[in-house]
Design a protein around this ligand. Structure first.
Ligand code: ADP
Ligand code: MG
Length: 441
């Protein structure tokens, strides 16, 4: 379809080549009644598009056609199953109680939330609250940067409460939706109904309260709803991108309310947690990743979990379409744009050489020389191998750093280490130990 090609050409100006070539693999695009239907090979591909390009697609498609278009992404899996939505455990309940449930993401549950030291308190607090609504930590205030799992935790708490009592009155909303609904109710003169909606709530979850900054009228309304619920021991959970004390343009009396229960932060995941997340998420999307690729991703994607997921989805899309396994080289190439954005601190070959020499207790100069002592040449080969796999340096650059005239020595060393690792468990463990150590430097 020409429209799709035009969209990709426009998007292509800001995206890297691999991304565009993956998007080009989408063959079925149809425009019907103001809606652009895009069908993807599978659900992972769909998620990847939804979380990364949907806004761009909508914007460019609407511009090209000259009217506002809706975008509907459907995966072939769904078409086969003859479903328009994914399996959704809350679907039945949604139909029964349209207002309360429709905003919960069925995938955001406790069982697939990875707990690490970065989010342990927030996670435990949510679990505890779900067990004892209104009895401890009220309100529970969770803050942290974007993409660190706040919304996931809020939804998980709601799911948990509902799974125990499907009649529980739970409202999840974001502060900006709260505001726009309030405004529209005020316009329609139905403010009383608005208030009523929040009157008998057992659990009220308000996401992204930073949106209330500077919104005086909404804050007043929210303050009253908050007090009414809090007074009768109903549970409130709030999330925000900064701590209550750093929220500006929020009335003091509201801030005092925010901090009267438990305030807890979700922090960016540490290397260990990132690895668990990658392990679990790649399994979920049936993406096989070698250990070195997992480490590479966890080391280089260093902002948030959403980006981590985005990287995995992109690798999966590549893997699926090109039918090629993901090796370190491939991963490096595909994730180039993400890594560029993040301005990863480069691991230097010198750092690797130093660590390896240290580990084998050999002299660094000797290791970089021509010594044929067994221990020294093993250390040298391992250092060459790790330089190739842990840095973005070319073979020529690595040769230079090891004072070699051409790169055959490097290639031989890499092959030798790879081969030996296959049969020599001890060596394999040594290399892995060094690799992990260097990566956490
Ligand atoms: P926030 O609301 O803090 O911006 P989200 O809750 O939307 O972040 O999380 C972004 C994505 O990362 C979601 O897909 C979520 O499932 C995932 N995610 C975040 N933290 C974790 C975690 N600890 N374990 C599993 N998935 C996570
Ligand atoms: Mg969120």
């Amino acid at each position: 379809m020409n429209l799709w090609n035009d969209i990709l050409t426009t998007i292509g100006e800001t995206k890297d080549r691999t991304t565009i070539s993956l998007l080009k693999e989408i063959k079925k695009v149809e425009l019907k009644d103001n809606t652009l239907y895009i069908s993807t090979p599978d659900n992972v591909f769909k998620e990847w598009i939804l979380s990364n390009f949907i806004e761009d697609i909508e914007k460019h498609a609407s511009q090209l056609v000259g009217q506002k278009l809706n975008i509907n992404v459907i995966s072939e899996e769904e078409i086969r199953k003859n479903l328009n939505v994914e399996d959704n455990p809350t679907k039945i309940k949604q139909e029964e109680k349209p207002y309360r449930f429709y905003r919960l993401n069925p995938k955001f549950v406790f069982s697939n939330f990875i707990v690490g030291s970065c989010n342990k308190i927030a996670y435990s607090a949510c679990k505890a609250v779900a067990e004892n609504l209104g009895e401890i930590y009220n309100p529970l205030f969770i803050y942290g940067e974007v993409g660190l799992g706040k919304t996931h935790l809020l939804h998980a708490t709601a799911h948990e409460v509902l799974s125990k009592n499907s009649n529980a009155n739970v409202i999840y909303t974001t502060a900006d939706t709260f505001m726009s609904e309030l405004i529209s109710c005020m316009r329609q003169g139905s403010i009383l109904q608005f208030r009523q909606r929040y009157r008998d709530v057992d659990l009220l979850l308000i996401d992204d309260v930073q949106f209330l900054e500077g919104k005086e009228r909404t804050q007043v309304e929210f303050y009253h709803i908050f007090n009414a619920l809090h007074l009768i021991g109903k549970q409130i959970i709030l999330s925000s991108d900064t701590s209550p004390s750093k929220l500006t343009g929020i009335q003091e009396r509201l801030k005092t309310r925010f901090v009267c229960g438990l305030v807890t932060e979700v922090k960016p995941p540490d290397l260990e947690t990132k690895l668990s997340i990658i392990r679990k998420k790649s399994k979920e999307i049936k993406l096989e990743l070698p250990q070195d690729v997992m480490l590479f991703i966890s080391k280089t994607v260093n902002t948030n979990v959403r980006e981590l997921e985005g990287s995995l989805q992109k690798l999966k899309a590549y893997n699926q379409i090109m039918e090629r396994p993901i090796t370190l080289e491939v991963a490096r190439e595909i994730l180039k744009d993400i890594l560029k954005i993040q301005n990863v601190e480069e691991l230097s070959i010198q750092k690797i050489q130093k660590e390896v020499a240290n580990y084998f207790a050999v002299n660094l100069n000797e290791m970089l020389g021509n010594s044929r002592r067994k221990k020294v040449s093993l250390a040298r080969q391992i250092a060459m191998y790790l330089s190739r796999y842990l840095t973005d340096k070319s073979l020529a650059e690595i040769s230079k750093a090891f004072k070699k005239k051409d790169h055959t020595t490097i290639i031989n060393a890499i092959q030798k280490i790879e081969k030996t690792m296959e049969r020599d468990r001890k060596l394999k463990l040594t290399v892995e130990f060094l690799r992990d150590k260097i990566l956490t430097l």
